[in-house]
Every structure is written in structure tokens, then in C-alpha cells.
Design a protein around this ligand. Sequence first.
Ligand SMILES: C[S@@+](CC[C@H](N)C(=O)[O-])C[C@H]1O[C@@H](n2cnc3c(N)ncnc32)[C@H](O)[C@@H]1O
Length: 223
Amino acid sequence: MSGCCGPAPGNTDPTRYSAVFTSRFSRSIARRYEKKGLRPVEQRIVDFLAGTGIEGARVLEIGGGAGEIQLELLRRGAGSTENLELSDAYETDAARLLADAGLTGRAERRLGIDLAEAPDAVAPADVVVLHRVVCCYPDFEKLLGAAAQHARRALVFSYPPPNWFNRAGFAAINTLMRLLGRTYRGYTHDPAAMMAVVRRHGLEPAYEHRGFDFSISGSVRPA
Ligand SMILES: C[S@@+](CC[C@H](N)C(=O)[O-])C[C@H]1O[C@@H](n2cnc3c(N)ncnc32)[C@H](O)[C@@H]1O
């Protein structure tokens, strides 16, 4: 395990995410989305899920930030979404984006629930999404395992491949975090080890996108 973002193993600092994923971070993401729509990696995630059939689906997104993937999935026919976040910085932007799209009633947003630690606090969903989140979490086995267990039909996650660029970038970010006294750390987890967790929970690989900064892995549960 090495460097996107997250606390050091065993870290229980309650501000570990909100100190880094601030309202400024949220605003920049929401404004970019309002002006330009989804980024290519997010569009690929939405397209993969839409291809698996999301009409009426219940979507669970872990660490969904301002919720732009959920908005697009709702527009493409998903029935409802649930977002779990450990930073409270996104709620104002998320509420505005939902209201502007007329989708407020179909989206639930829950703060402070870590699925890896409290799997029973969250109901299963048809599809589960983690975009730029496993790299924020030290124990990928626990988080991805819980995510896979909650996925009735499909699971998709993005991650930074452990190439020299990402390793160097995350090492630099982690050094900066240490110097600033922040507890957040980033990780470039081993892709094969992450896929092994997903397979162990009965899902089969169905989509793979290899990017330089972020790759995507999509899996489905065999009928
Ligand atoms: C890099 S940000 C990405 C946010 C959003 N997915 C995006 O791409 O704009 C990572 C987010 O994951 C959240 N996070 C990390 N671990 C989490 C967990 N176990 N449950 C819920 N949220 C989590 C953090 O609070 C943070 O907002």
C-alpha cells in the first residue's frame, strides 16, 4: 500500500477528511461540473453503469463529494441515490446541484457513516460507486469488501494506478500533510489485490479502463 488520500492506518481523527476536503474543494468541483459537466473518468463510470441497466436502480456512492455522478445516473434513469461522506464540506453545493436539477427528492445524503466500520448501517443497493475514494482509505480490503457486499448488481471504483507519477505525487502530498500536521494520507493500492477482494465477494470483472492518473474497474454480479 502506498499514495491519493486518507488517514494513516489506525487514525481516528474525526477531522481527517474535512480538513482536506473543504468547502473550497467542494466549490471548485461543483463549479467545474456546472460549467463543463462530468470529467472523462466520471463519464466512463456513468456509461459503464448505464450499460449494465440502471433504470429504476438504487445507487449507493461512497465518498461521492458534491454528487455529480449521482446526478448523471438519476438523469439516465436511476431511481434513487444514497451518498455516504466523511467530510461535511460538500452539502451546500450538493443541495444546490440537486435543486437546480429538480432531483432533490430522489437523493439521500448521509454524513459520518464509514461503510467499512458500520456495514449494517447501510442497506444494499443495486449499484455501488467509489470514485477517487479507495486511494483515500488505508484499509482497502475492508472498504472494498463492504462495498462489494452491498452491491446487488454492479460495483465500480476508480483508483490511481501505482505508476511513478502517482507514487511521486502521493509521496509529495503525504509529506506536505505531515509538515502541515494533517492526518490525511493518500495510497496507491495494488490493483490486483483490490480486484481479488471484489472477486472474493462474488463479483466478476466486466469493465476496465487504464488511465495514467486514474483507472477504473467495473464488476457485475453473475445472474
Ligand atoms: C478525493 S475526494 C473525492 C470526492 C468525489 N468522489 C470526487 O471525485 O469529487 C475523496 C472523498 O472520499 C471521502 N471518503 C473517504 N473515505 C470514505 C469512507 N469510508 N466513507 C465515506 N466517504 C469517504 C472523503 O471524505 C472525501 O470527500
